[in-house]
Design a protein around this ligand. Structure first.
Ligand code: ZN
Length: 563
């Protein structure tokens, strides 16, 4: 694996014909295998092919996100969107063969049983009949992304993107906050019809895919897609109920304290992002400066993080600043053939830049640590476990926050904790909403808006939209990428946060032990299902009775300590 400069990194565009021919040759080897050893060699060959394809796939996706208006990148993404389901088709055929292989015992002994459980999910959630629907789904996702990436705002003499205007929603001047929120939501209001239409088409498409695959509804299909092996809808539902019981009242307290501190009554939607009347703490320098500080931070943390980060820096595997045409949000991708991750963000100068950075670096370090796992399936755990590591690193870097915020570090820590807790009810609202939406796939846009309003009543009772007509009409979720792009993903953040908060608690008393367990969990990647990974790190499962209550109690005590 040689070092590259990612800025100019290119790969030959793979063709379906070549890939299919390679697949056929591997399938033939597998069929012809007369021993477990031969079957294992065929799987290894397949794994190398998948890693090569994933590397190209991640590159094509990232290039589009870096510049959604670039015609060449757009065409590349379209090509990728059409190729991907065909690749899934080939992979599922291979998985079907492996699951039924006479050499299964030898394969399980070499690769573990978890791969087979994952492959069974993949088999259940795919049918060649949905190939064109998957292409259509990706196209709708790209339409949504490009629409948001193209949003422009004239504000205080500057032209701003969606990510950039959001920073004014934490301005100490209330009029500025209100104005920024008004402009942002008016943009969504002007695009309401198109956004409702994109989502409607996605919902109907997903229902069709579920039916073609043998499911009555998209919900169960969605759980298979997310490869949820050791828990189900009932567990998730109980978790949502617990959040409503335990966290919603705590958020009420946090909001009341926030209103008192800011001297506003009542606290309005445009006040929620500001936790301190003097302004939220900001990183004391620009992106380049932050990267320097990050190098110091990872040197202090050690455990291989310093090595990973130094390589990412040297290979320019970071695209951090917001700019026009760039897709909003942040993510981490793995380039398996380089053995390196990359991170993508939209820094806008606010404190969340640091949160997004440590979050994505948590993903990056995890996948870097598991790069030697024997199967591509094990590079990442399932997403809820992935997010433990990203949110976990947000907490484990608390002692280093002085590097970024100077004297503002203590305020940052407090706000970080308060903010994450306030997000928890929103997370379950998004999850519950999606269950309602996919239970009634043929309802109207207005029905969906009413469903969302019901969620706000249940989980966000202190939220006041005032004169912001678009979100007040039940359409705040138009701004939530995951609802369009990754159905049922969002609850994963809630499950992971409940685990990450346990790392936070442990780190407060034994930082070394917390870092050691964190590193160990990173290396395990996805070799076990969620519950088992959580247990092996000495954490309590969020589905265990009393877990959320305990975790929230500790967070409440910490927040009250400061008041
Ligand atoms: Zn994440």
């Amino acid at each position: 694996m040689s070092a590259v400069d990612f800025r100019g990194y290119q790969l030959p565009v793979p063709t379906y014909a070549d890939l299919a021919a390679e697949y056929e040759q591997i399938l033939n080897s597998l069929d012809a295998a007369t021993s477990g050893e031969e079957a294992i060699r065929a799987v290894e060959q397949w794994d190398a092919l998948r890693r090569r394809f994933s590397t190209w796939n991640a590159l094509a996706y990232t290039r589009f996100c870096q510049d959604t208006q670039n015609e060449q990148f757009k065409r590349l993404r379209e090509y990728r969107d059409e190729l991907e389901p065909k690749m899934t088709d080939l992979a599922v055929a291979m998985k079907e063969r492996l699951v039924a292989s006479p050499h299964r015992a030898a394969l399980e002994a070499r690769f573990g049983t978890q791969a087979f459980a994952l492959w069974e999910c993949d088999i259940a959630s795919f049918d060649p009949a949905i190939e064109t629907d998957l292409v259509e789904q990706s196209k709708l996702g790209a339409t949504y992304a490009a629409l948001l990436a193209g949003a422009k705002f004239q504000f205080h003499g500057e032209e701003l993107t969606l990510s950039e205007i959001k920073k004014f929603e934490e301005d100490p001047d209330r009029d500025v906050r209100h104005e920024a929120a008004r402009l942002r939501w008016e943009w969504f209001g002007r695009n309401q019809e198109q956004l409702d239409e994109i989502f409607d088409r996605l919902v109907r498409l997903r229902q069709t895919m579920a039916e073609k695959t043998g499911f009555a509804q998209f919900i169960d299909f969605g759980y298979q897609l997310r490869r949820r092996i050791d828990y189900g809808r009932g567990d998730v539902e109980r978790f949502r109920d617990e959040v409503r019981e335990r966290v919603v009242p705590l958020v009420g307290e946090i909001r009341a304290q926030q209103a008192a501190r800011l001297g506003v009554e009542p606290l309005m939607a445009w006040d929620e992002a500001l936790f301190d009347p003097a302004g939220n703490p900001r990183p004391l320098g620009d992106a380049e400066w932050m990267v320097e500080r990050a190098s110091e931070m990872f040197a202090e943390l050690g455990g291989g993080m310093d090595e990973c980060f130094a390589k990412m820096r040297a290979q320019h595997l970071m695209d951090l600043c917001a700019r026009e045409g760039k897709q909003p949000g942040g993510f981490c991708e793995m380039l398996p053939d380089l053995g390196m991750p990359l991170i993508f963000a939209n820094f806008n100068g606010t404190m969340s830049d640091v949160g997004v950075f440590t979050h994505e670096m948590g993903h990056a370090f995890q996948v870097y640590s598991s790069r030697a796992q024997p199967l591509e399936d094990y590079l990442w755990p399932t997403i809820e476990a992935c997010e433990i590591l990203s949110m976990g690193l947000e907490f484990l870097t608390w002692p280093q926050m002085e590097l970024f915020f100077g004297e503002g570090a203590e305020r940052f820590r407090r706000m970080h904790l308060a903010e994450l807790l306030t997000v928890l009810p929103y997370i379950v609202a998004v999850d519950h909403f999606q269950h309602l939406v996919y239970a009634e796939p043929h309802c109207t846009a207005d029905d969906r808006a009413a469903m969302w309003q019901e969620m706000e009543r249940l989980y966000l009772p202190t939220l006041r939209w005032g004169d912001l007509a678009h979100p007040a009409s039940g359409r705040r979720w138009h701004a939530q990428l995951h609802i369009f792009d990754s159905p049922f993903y969002y609850i994963d953040y809630g499950l992971a946060l409940t685990c990450a908060l346990q790392f936070w608690k442990l780190a407060a008393t034994d930082c070394g032990e917390a870092l050691a367990r964190f590193g160990q969990l990173c290396r395990r990647g996805g070799e076990a299902p969620f519950g088992e990974l959580v247990k092996s790190a000495g954490l309590m499962s969020p589905f265990e009775a009393g877990c959320l209550e305990r975790v929230v109690g500790q967070a409440r005590a910490e927040l009250n300590r400061a008041v």
